[in-house]
Ligand binder design. Structure first.
Ligand SMILES: CC(C)(COP(=O)(O)OP(=O)(O)OC[C@H]1O[C@@H](n2cnc3c(N)ncnc32)[C@H](O)[C@@H]1OP(=O)(O)O)[C@@H](O)C(=O)NCCC(=O)NCCS
Length: 178
């Protein structure tokens, strides 16, 4: 393995297309509640609109030589972004500030997991977030059946807040307030 970590500019998000689509298929394979909801989720419907709607985006890809083997995408968005037709992700009144941070997409290709790549990408995302002092509420959404990811985020200090969409998604939350 010859791994390189690169921050991806927004105009290069196309490079995440294949891994984003793999992530959606992976999540569908794990889900036992409403797995069919993933059928309409892909790079075009999830990543592009999310990047456009956010105020700030942070995307890191990991390359093994020239192949992209992992990526993480986090963003800062107005809290209202999370009250849409699809779902209300959290009670907006519990967020005092205007904007929230969300770890939106995270995928390490099979064969590259358990080597610390995810932890490094996670730490890079949290370091980037620390530049925004006016953001105090951090969210991660994990689809049902993905207990491995759920446990990973818990070990990183996030706590389960609640479930939405009849258990389709578990909302994890952390506050900047120590
Ligand atoms: C969840 C995910 C991002 C974690 O990434 P990862 O690269 O496997 O994570 P890490 O290797 O950093 O850490 C996982 C565990 O591996 C072990 N590990 C970490 N570094 C290690 C190393 N150098 N050598 C051996 N084991 C190691 C540790 O047990 C670690 O547990 P810890 O969190 O208590 O430290 C990854 O499994 C993944 O992409 N899964 C599929 C997609 C997915 O579920 N995405 C999340 C959607 S919400």
């Amino acid at each position: 393995m010859n791994l390189n970590y690169e921050i991806l500019p927004e105009d290069k998000i196309e490079y995440c297309r294949d891994l984003c689509n793999e992530l959606m298929a992976f999540q569908k394979s794990k889900a036992y509640i409403k797995p069919e909801l993933f059928d309409s989720m892909n790079f075009e419907t999830r990543m592009i609109p999310s990047v456009k709607a956010a105020l700030h985006n942070y995307i890191v890809v990991v390359k093994d030589d020239e192949e992209i083997v992992a990526y993480v995408y986090s963003n800062i968005s107005p809290k209202e972004t999370y009250s849409i037709d699809f779902a209300t992700f959290f009670d907006l009144s519990t967020v005092n500030r205007k904007n929230v941070w969300c770890l939106s997409q995270f995928y390490i290709k099979d064969g590259y997991r358990q080597y610390g790549v995810g932890s490094k990408l996670f730490d890079m995302s949290m370091n980037w977030l620390s530049e925004f002092e006016d953001v105090e509420d951090y969210f991660i959404y994990v689809s049902n059946g993905n207990t491995n990811a759920l446990d990973f985020y818990k070990r990183k200090g996030f706590k389960v807040s609640h479930d939405i969409l009849d258990g389709f998604i578990t909302v994890l939350r952390k506050s900047a307030m120590k």
